[in-house]
Design a protein around this ligand. Structure first.
Ligand code: FMN
Length: 174
C-alpha cells in the first residue's frame, strides 16, 4: 500500500484526468488511485490512509459528483473518526455556466471531513477566476484546487503544478 490514497469521483473524466496528473507529479509509487465508481466499496478504504487526496467535481447546483453521494451520506450517519488524517481536495467545475455554485462540491467535502475530525490542507488562491458564488471559499481562498477545464484549459497544468508543489512538503517530506 502506498502512503497516499487518491480517491476521485468524475462523470465526464475531467477530475479523473486531474487525479492521474497529480499522481504522476507526486510519484506513482507514493499514491494509490481509486475511482469512486469502479474501485470504492466502503469508507473504510479511506481510513486505511493517513494522507488522502480527494477529487470531486460539482454537479446539480453545487452538489457533489454522483459517486460521492452515498459514501458521504453513510459517513454522516455513522460518523467515522478522521482525526489524524490529512486531506487535500481537488475538483472540476464550470465558472461560466455554473458560476452561481462554482466548485461548491469542494465546500461540501471540506465541511464533511472537517466535521469528522480531519485536518484539511491544500487551499488555493482565488485569483484568475470569475464567478458569482462558491461555497468552496473560506477567507477568500478555495479550500482545495479548483479546475475549470471547460473555460480555462490553458491554466490547468500550471494550477495543478502550483497546487502539487504547495502540498508536496506536507504529503511527502514530513
Ligand atoms: C447539469 C450540470 C450541472 C453542473 N453543475 C455545476 C455546478 O453547480 N458548479 C460547477 O462549478 N460546475 C457545474 N457543472 C460543470 C461540471 O462540474 C464540469 O463539466 C466538470 O468539468 C465535470 O467534471 P467531471 O468530468 O470530473 O465530472 C455542471 C455541469 C452539468 C452538465
Amino acid at each position: 500500500m502506498a502512503k497516499i490514497g487518491i480517491f476521485y469521483g468524475s462523470t465526464s473524466g475531467i477530475t479523473e484526468e486531474i487525479a492521474t496528473t497529480i499522481r504522476e507529479k507526486l510519484g506513482e509509487e507514493e499514491c494509490d488511485l481509486y475511482s469512486m465508481e469502479d474501485d470504492f466499496d466502503e469508507y473504510d478504504q479511506l481510513l486505511e490512509y493517513d494522507y488522502l487526496l480527494l477529487g470531486c467535481s460539482t454537479w446539480g447546483a453545487g452538489d457533489v459528483q454522483n459517486d460521492w453521494r452515498d459514501p458521504l451520506f453513510e459517513m454522516e450517519l455513522e460518523k467515522p473518526d478522521f482525526s489524524g488524517k490529512t486531506i487535500a481536495l481537488f475538483g472540476a467545475g464550470d465558472q461560466v455556466d455554473h458560476g452561481t455554485e462554482f466548485v461548491s462540491a469542494l465546500g461540501k467535502m471540506y465541511n464533511h471531513f472537517k466535521t469528522l475530525g480531519a485536518t484539511l490542507v491544500g487551499e488555493f488562491p482565488n485569483e484568475g477566476y470569475s464567478f458569482e458564488y462558491s461555497s468552496a471559499l473560506v477567507d477568500d481562498k478555495f479550500v482545495g484546487l479548483p479546475i475549470d477545464e471547460i473555460n480555462q484549459s490553458d491554466k490547468t497544468e500550471e494550477r495543478i503544478d502550483q497546487w502539487v508543489e504547495s502540498i508536496r512538503p506536507i504529503f511527502l517530506d514530513d
